[in-house]
Design a protein around this ligand. Structure first.
Ligand code: SF4
Length: 96
């Protein structure tokens, strides 16, 4: 099982319109990947910037059919988020 210390970093996020994005880095404390297309469920467009100073991690992932998913947690070393079928999708997703 993934421990909280080893949660994968969001290595890069090209969705600069997101309130958690600063210079193409994610600064949400933790994101949740969900939805039909492994979309970033934490993505939000709002009139101010939010988040923490450090890079975000993947706190939870609902895509149990991804090869990196173990018990609804991500075991990839890191993930990339960017435009896919949705505005913000997990681009590291790979079907088993
Ligand atoms: S790589 Fe797979 S398990 Fe990890 S966050 Fe993306 S979709 Fe979820």
């Amino acid at each position: 099982m993934t421990s909280i210390q080893s949660l994968p970093t969001v290595q890069g996020c090209s969705v600069t319109s997101c309130a958690y994005n600063e210079s193409s880095s994610c600064h949400a404390a933790a994101i949740t990947v969900a939805g039909d297309n492994a979309k970033c469920g934490t993505f939000v467009e709002i009139s101010f910037k939010g988040g923490v100073s450090s890079n975000g991690v993947v706190g939870a992932c609902h895509r149990s059919e991804c090869k990196f998913n173990d018990k609804l947690e991500c075991t990839a070393g890191s993930v990339e988020i960017g435009a896919g079928r949705d505005v913000a999708d997990c681009l590291t997703y790979e079907a088993r």
